[in-house]
Design a protein around this ligand. Sequence first.
Ligand SMILES: Cc1ncc(COP(=O)(O)O)c(C=O)c1O
Length: 481
Amino acid sequence: MKKSILKKQLDHLNKNNHFRFHMPGHKGSGNDFDIFTYDTTEIPGADNLHDPKGVIAEVQEKCAKVYGSEETAILVNGSTTGIQSAILGACSPGEQLIVSANCHRSVFGALALGRIKGVFITPEFDEVMGFAKEVSLDSVKEAIIKYPQSRGMILTNPTYYGTTSDVKAIGEFLHGLGKFLIVDEAHGAHLHFNKELPLDAIAAEADVSIQSTHKILGSLTQSSLIHFQGSRINRQQVKFFLSLLQSSSPSYPLMISVEEAVDQACEKGTEIFKIIIDAHEDFSKNQSPNAPISLYKGHDSDSGYDQSKWLFHTRGISGDLIEEILLKTYRIQCELSGNDHVLAMTGIGTTQSDIDALTGAIDDLNKKILSGELKDHAIIASPDLPTEKLIAGALKTEVPLWKGIYDEKEKCPLAEANGRLAGDFIIPYPPGIPVLLPGSRINKEMIAGLSHLMDNGIIIVGINKNRELLLLEEKGVINDA
Ligand SMILES: Cc1ncc(COP(=O)(O)O)c(C=O)c1O
């Protein structure tokens, strides 16, 4: 079939997608430059991302000035390669790195590629919503006491759900010991542009931060930035890995779009995010305490909540169902949903009428649920999901991660995996945090917990629909681990 991806996208956009509360942040409107016209290779005068000396170097300097970093580089393979290069450039094989367990899969990739030992910290969990809130300074201190040789830390901040940690305090503590702090700020390229938003990593004096300018600002998907300051991390080495891992044909449309996004954020970021923050505050202030769908106000931490994220807690009705109704009835496409929540992501392309559509739809749905109008739908009680316990107990490996990836594997039903070593990343969505890594020992509680999650419709990456997973081929199976 001809043009099947294009056709599918057009069909989807025409049918449903009038109010976009999902990534990317431009929401489908931006500077209409013709991608094909500007898509060239490194012809004379176009400069080269892998050794910028001309216009790309100038734009990178402009971005550094805007964000207040010492040096900034454009990324064309997403924050993913920025994160991987930062870790690979900062740690040598065999060294230890403290990792917040709610990290993105790119972090695990870097640990495996670089044969680096991850020291995992379990973040604080929101008891009601069941996802990671902040990584506490105390937990970083404990990790350092246990693993004093750790070279530094990578912290995810803000999280997908908008929660934040005290980056400044964690950074100061690590720096006091001569250790570095890398911040995966994939969800935070907008923070710098409004003072009411949580502090950005460069302002909080992190050594390196990596930002997906496509997620909430307006660049094209896959374009991102990496910022550097100070000398705790060898920049040359990080840049060496960027050249090694990124495409040798960096896309000019992606690079152009990063500059456009940063210019746009300078021009109107403060104003747009003020509208979004004020609307978030108004909506949560005016909401009835017994509204079945309520806006998450953030967690009680001094580091603040990123109110560009509109996270709704659904009580008595599934978040997945609310996401479906929002799309079918109100033409609102959200970013994601789960058993008891729906996440609507705003961005620099969000308008007042988008916000009005969203808040109007939620008010309407609340009325319908309370009046019993929606009672034919599957109204459910949120089951007690054990994800938090699974995460807290896991993320240990009995073989190095890189070895777990290379070793021979076999497929096995989950129910028969007790005592065996996982051969893959096992990741419940949400919250998207692995509960088993290649080389983690599986026990009975883990099997019961994962089965319970699947019984309740949670998607688990790494376990197929027949409930089978990959295991490492080991001799001598332990039966009652
Ligand atoms: C926390 C976090 N870090 C990193 C990434 C990777 O970013 P990118 O898609 O720009 O490669 C993501 C993507 O979803 C993410 O959520």
